[in-house]
Structures are given as C-alpha cells and as structure tokens.
Design a protein around this ligand. Structure first.
Ligand code: FMN
Length: 203
C-alpha cells in the first residue's frame, strides 16, 4: 500500500556490505522516472558510483569543504556545525551512491534573449523539482524492495569538487547524493508537524 510505504520509509544512513544488483537499480529507476516533469523534458541523468576510489575522493572532497567551513565560521558556532556536518560524509558508507544531475530547462530562455532572472529561476527550479520527484519515487520503491536510501544535500557544500570528480557536463547541476543499499539500521519514526500547522486555507 502506498500509504504504508510513505509512512514507514525512513532515511537510512548505515548499510550492509551487500552490493545492490545493477538490474534491480535500473528497474527501480525506470519506474521512478515515470515522475512528471515540466514539459515532459525529463531533465535528469543519474551517475551511479560504487564503493571504490572515486567514492573515496568524493568523501574526501566533502570532508575538506566541511573543514574549510569550520575554519571560517565564528568559534562559538563550530561545535554545532561540526555535529551537523558529521552527516555530510555518511554517504560514503553505502555500497552504492547515486548522483542525480539535472539541466535547467531551456524553453523560454531560448525564446526570450533578455536574460530575465525570473525565467532563469523558473527553468532552474523546474528541472530540480522534476528530479526531486524521481528521487522521492525512488526512495519509496527502494523501501518497498527492502533497500534503504537517504537524500543528502549537505555534500553539495563541495559541489564544484564533486562535479569534477563525477565528470558532470557543463551546464548541469548536481541535485543531491543518494546512498543506496541494504539497511543495517531500523531508525525510529521521525515526527512531522501537524497538518493544520502547515496548511492555511485562504479566503
Ligand atoms: C532536501 C533534503 C536534504 C537532505 N540532506 C541530508 C543530508 O545532507 N544528510 C543527511 O544525513 N540527511 C539528509 N536528509 C534527510 C533528512 O534528514 C530526513 O529526511 C529527515 O530528518 C526526516 O527523516 P526521515 O527521512 O527518516 O523521515 C535530507 C532530506 C532532504 C529532503
């Protein structure tokens, strides 16, 4: 049931060594990419990195970006940032990490040469949202098959270095890193704000 999948999915950050079968991942991605996208442009691509030297370079790049951040913030905030930042490199513990990228739409920006910032933002956001919908589908599908995932944007602190390591083509954005594997943990339920707190009906 989709309701149970939505309620019971948790972000998984600790994984068994067991690898994820490529055919299974492709099956899940084929389903996940049935997500809607603006003008059905499907502005997404997915790099798949398995445990090895490239993943280690990614971990190092994020650790370096985190260390540089710690150097430049006030001493009084360092402890909090250090605690928060420990989650940024957890992706490297997974047997497989997905690196979704997306390219901002080029529909209105091609037709309107004025370089409007609103159009740029709309086309950029459209690509990111479409890709995020695929990732949510993927998280639910993975959960349904006994796999665990988490969606991580903390590592984007090192986006330029990660793009270089991943050989992301020019003009494409790195959306997140998504570790995937068989869970080694069963995280407790995470709370949500009451729906009447987050919804306002307008007259
Ligand atoms: C956009 C986005 C970015 C996130 N970034 C990180 C991250 O960098 N590191 C991490 O450990 N978890 C990250 N998460 C996972 C959240 O911490 C998690 O979804 C939230 O605490 C609720 O827990 P649950 O997913 O288990 O319900 C991210 C989730 C989203 C949607």
């Amino acid at each position: 049931m989709i309701e149970a999948l939505i309620r019971e999915r948790r972000s998984i950050r600790s994984f068994e060594e067991r690898p994820v079968d490529h055919a299974l991942l492709l099956e899940l991605l084929e389903l996940a990419t049935q997500a809607p996208s603006a003008s059905n442009k499907q502005p997404w691509r997915f790099f798949v990195v398995e445990r090895g030297p490239r993943l280690e370079r990614m971990r190092q790049a994020v650790a370096e970006a985190r260390a540089a951040l710690l150097q430049r913030i006030p001493e009084s905030s360092r402890e909090a940032v250090e605690a928060y930042g420990t989650y940024f490199t957890r992706f490297a513990e997974a047997p497989m990490v997905l690196a979704p990228i997306c390219r901002p739409l080029q529909i209105l920006s091609q037709l309107d040469p004025s370089g409007s910032p609103e159009i740029a933002r709309m086309e950029d956001t459209s690509a990111t949202i479409g890709t995020a919908l695929v990732l949510q589908n993927l998280q639910l599908l993975a959960h349904a098959r006994g796999l665990g995932t988490s969606l991580m944007t903390g590592p984007l602190l090192a986006e330029p270095a990660l793009k270089e390591i991943l050989e992301v083509p020019r003009g494409w954005n790195l959306v997140a890193l998504v570790p995937i594997g068989y869970p080694r943990e069963v995280p407790p339920p995470t709370g949500r704000k009451a729906v009447d707190h987050v919804v306002r009906f307008l007259p």
